[in-house]
Design a protein around this ligand. Sequence first.
Ligand code: BJW
Ligand code: ZN
Length: 283
Amino acid sequence: MADKTAKSARPSSDMTAFRKEFAKAKSIVILTGAGVSAESGVPTFRGAGGFWRKWQAQTLATPEAFADNPSLVWEFYHYRREVMASKYPNKAHEAIAECERRLKPQNRKVTVITQNIDGLHKRAGSDSIIELHGNLFKTRCVKCKDVAVNNDSPICEALRDKGEPDPSAVDAKIPVENLPRCKISGCGGLLRPHVVWFGEALNTEVLDRAGEELDKCDLCLVVGTSSVVYPACMFAPNVASRGITVAEFNMEDTPVTNEFMYHFQGPAGEHLPAALAKCDTEK
Ligand code: BJW
Ligand code: ZN
């Protein structure tokens, strides 16, 4: 184990030392955020890429924005759904999925807990995935609460060719009756993206499943998240406070970097394949 006694000491970037701990770990949690998909060309939430038209993504990811202007919020999510057709899992997603597959016959578990809604972990072949903030390709009826998978493109006729991200684009101002509607017989309620917006509680079952995996893990990787959004930002620091090794993979420091044993600075697509590659001790 790397030498990191004081909580505020700098984490180690010794990959050889990390690999020794990885070789022994039996229950690994990989907590991911928008940065894991950045190399696939999916914009992150904060920072320069986090704008759509003139709005910061955070401004539109709220129940208030949807209540105020469902057409605008649907344009934003429609754009993000359509964009995903030309985006593919990158080396980081693939390294995580390959690691889960390889470790399974060794009775070693890898669980992805992701804040992302883009579905790229699944597309890379990861199986054990907990989606904390929902999924771009699921809808929820505001009236009957039905949750459904929806891969339609466009999701409704009125959104066809809408959602242009350019700041000069004109809002489509789609009447609410022409926005995506529930197909359950006799309902017809307005659909919303099945995602967790600011101020909304995370699904209790999802939170419980994440809590179980975090409680029993003996190694935790935290990849491409700014670690500022509650409750996910507390997960890895809580694991570290149990004395479990946590390794952060990020382009930069985060507010919790110094709580961890390891910090690997740089693109996840570069460091994760090296971190999760087959060890000499594996059969
Ligand atoms: C790379 C890389 C590369 C780049 N390789 N790395 C005041 C204090 C404390 C809490 C609150 C507060 N006021 C309100 C709250 C609660 C609020 C919250 O935490 N707000 C904070 C912002 C202050 N949280 C909530 O509301 C949550 N619910 C909740 O807490 O309920 C109870 C409650 C309610 C109200 C008050 C108090 C309690 C719900 C949060 C839901 C978040 N939803 C979103 C949108 C999802 C749908 C969608 O995508 O549209 O989830 S917001 C957005 O942030 C999205 C993300 O999943 C989430 C996290 O972002 P993430 O993934 O970390 O992305 P970025 O962009 O921030 O960071 C990218 C990172 O990658 C950076 O660090 C880069 O350096 C790095 N990177 N390229 C490696 N190649
Ligand atoms: Zn309905």
